[in-house]
Design a protein around this ligand. Structure first.
Ligand code: ATP
Ligand code: MG
Length: 559
């Protein structure tokens, strides 16, 4: 095996699969699936599951299906189906022709239910949802059997047929399997496997008014598709006995049928990871949409400027475990920074401009200096220099402390790729704000010149005034504040009111005129930025992907 898609050494699932293979099981190959419910956009937690399932398939030369778990027509939408496909592809995985829908199996699933009825293992129950809950018992008390539990097979067959034919209203009847109302495992207390819902389904239309429950549809869909390892999150651990019971009682051979394996969900600081909550953010207009760059969705991260490589790297790093944990978002940012450092073109951009006039530089002169695209190779581009330039307001201080190595009255700095300048005069407006600096330059201090090697502590980025392009830059902070008692608190109370700052008067170098949407740059000394999807030539918009400072490395050093 060449490059592992998962960190297999710390991945207990690989051990389980290896054991199966050693026992001679699943000789036809390993087959996994990624089974999203199309009721929202995919988030970074799903990315973990995608990397795991598609990664296992790759590492074992097996297959991975994309299966839409579309058994709940009320919450599902075609928009989600499309976005999910786009996101999985963007992450770098392929399901080839194996895209399936649980709704494709509705007829087969119905037949399995009929089979269970015929075997005396399923019955139609008239209890209401509340009654079913009441009869179910608790962790400490056994449940009570439904009064409808002993209906004859004939009656059950007739009623189930009538359920399908639409003879009953929503909630009037359900189909349940007959297992054990006193089982210590509550999910084994006669779980419901079909419910009535007179709802149009986005794929099957009005063909059905009964829909299978997830716990029934999922194991059977796995078996129908020949899945070998059905990997899901920890909360399904208690459902595993039913998974096995169902496949056993529907006639699937113990040796070849799928096996459910649970792993811990990904949780990340400063964020929420449930589609229900993410939908609330969208519907309450707290964000601009599912792909708002502050969203932990795959489409949000894409728009923010994250690369698929960095997300895959992150998923490999966090590993796969059996117990829930919280990952610091700094680790994800670290992976993004590592990748962008390798690929993001270096350019100069001034976010909060301060004009500098170089008084001894000829008025109509313009020079072009070479600037390196990446530190790791020789590709370069030209940047124009002239008598008037912009520097960052923060790079000048009138009353500077000793250690301030940027520009101060009478002080000198080097302009990156260009000359050394000296601050001669500070111009202020009536309110006392600094609005311009008058400087002089040392004409021989650029590369190759007589004073090029003069030692100067500070180097500043800059943009030539007549050549500068205007840009909007969006600076993002975390959408949610992290609190000690984060999990108990209503997450809407954790919203950070300062999660977006828009800078309208930024100046960027002219090479960015045609910067295409999605292009990634390092603005020297400032951070990594990505061209937003709404950007166009003449109306440039950048999103700050991540700053340059790596807090993750610091966190690791402290440990
Ligand atoms: P949510 O609670 O966000 O709606 P879900 O589990 O209901 O998540 P599904 O669409 O059913 O969403 O999930 C598809 C697959 O992704 C499942 O196999 C699920 O286990 C996995 N998954 C979902 N959230 C996470 C997460 N945070 N970490 C790892 N895997 C996840
Ligand atoms: Mg779900």
């Amino acid at each position: 095996m060449a490059e592992m898609n998962n960190n297999s050494s710390s991945n207990f699932i690989y051990n389980l699969i290896n054991e199966d293979l050693q026992e001679g099981k699943y000789a036809d190959g390993i087959h996994t699936r990624f089974p999203p419910e199309p009721n929202g956009y995919l988030h970074i937690g799903h990315a973990k599951s995608i990397c795991l399932n598609f990664g296992i398939a790759k590492d074992y030369d097996g297959l991975c299906n994309l299966r839409f778990d579309d058994t709940n027509p009320i919450k599902e939408d075609i928009e989600y189906i499309n976005s999910i496909q786009e996101d999985v592809k963007w992450l770098g995985f392929s399901w080839d022709k194996r895209m399936f829908f649980t709704s494709d199996y509705f007829e087969q699933l119905y037949d399995f239910a009929v089979r269970l009825i015929k075997d005396g293992k399923a019955y139609v129950c008239d209890l209401t949802a509340d009654q079913i809950r009441e009869y179910r018992g608790t962790l400490t008390e056994p449940g009570k059997e439904s009064p409808y539990r002993n209906r004859s097979i004939e009656e059950n067959l007739l009623l189930f047929t009538q359920m399908r034919e639409g003879k009953f209203a929503d909630g009037e009847k359900v189909l349940r399997v007959k297992i054990d109302m006193s089982s210590p495992n509550i999910t084994m207390r006669d779980p419901v496997i079909y419910r009535i819902s007179h709802t149009t389904h986005h794929r099957t239309g009005d063909t059905w008014c009964i829909y299978p429950m997830y716990d029934f549809a999922h194991p059977l869909s796995d078996a129908i598709e020949g899945i070998t390892h059905s990997i899901c999150t920890l909360e399904f651990e208690e459902h595993r006995p039913f998974y096995d019971w169902l496949l056993e009682n529907c006639g699937f051979d113990k040796y070849t049928r799928p096996k459910q394996i649970e792993f811990a969900r990904l949780n990340i600081t400063n964020t929420v990871m449930s589609k229900r909550k993410l939908r609330q953010l969208v519907e309450n207009h707290i964000v601009s949409g599912w792909d708002d760059p502050r969203m932990p969705t795959i489409s949000g991260f894409r728009r923010l400027g994250y690369t698929p490589e960095s997300i895959r790297h992150f998923c490999r790093e966090i590993g796969v475990a059996k117990s829930n944990s919280l990952v610091d978002i700094a680790m994800l940012e670290h992976c993004v920074r590592e990748d962008l450092n390798k690929v993001a073109t270096r350019v100069m951009a001034v976010l909060k401009p301060l004009k500098v006039t170089i008084t001894n530089y000829p008025k109509d002169k313009c020079e072009y200096f070479l600037a390196q695209d990446l530190p790791t190779d020789n590709a370069c581009h030209y940047i124009p220099f002239s008598r008037e330039i912009y520097i960052e307001q923060d790079d000048f201080m009138e009353e500077a402390p000793k250690k301030f190595f940027r520009l101060k009255p009478g002080g000198e700095v080097r302009l990156k790729y260009a000359y050394i300048i000296k601050c001669e005069e500070v111009i202020k407006d009536v309110a006392g704000n600094v609005i311009e600096l008058k400087c002089t330059y040392d004409p021989t201090s650029h590369k190759g010149g007589a004073t090029a090697n003069r030692k100067i502590k500070g180097t500043l980025h800059w943009v030539s005034v007549p050549h500068a392009l205007n840009a909007e830059v969006r600076l993002y902070d975390y959408l949610l504040n992290e609190t000690e008692e984060a999990s108990d608190k209503d997450f809407l109370e954790r919203i950070n009111p300062h999660s977006l700052e828009i800078l309208n008067n930024c100046k960027v170098e002219p090479s960015l005129y045609y910067a295409a949407q999605g292009s990634k740059y390092q603005f020297l000394r400032t951070g990594y930025f990505c061209v937003d999807k709404d950007s166009e030539p003449g109306k440039l918009i950048f999103n700050r992907t991540v700053g340059l400072r790596d807090s993750w490395t610091k966190i690791c050093q402290k440990k």
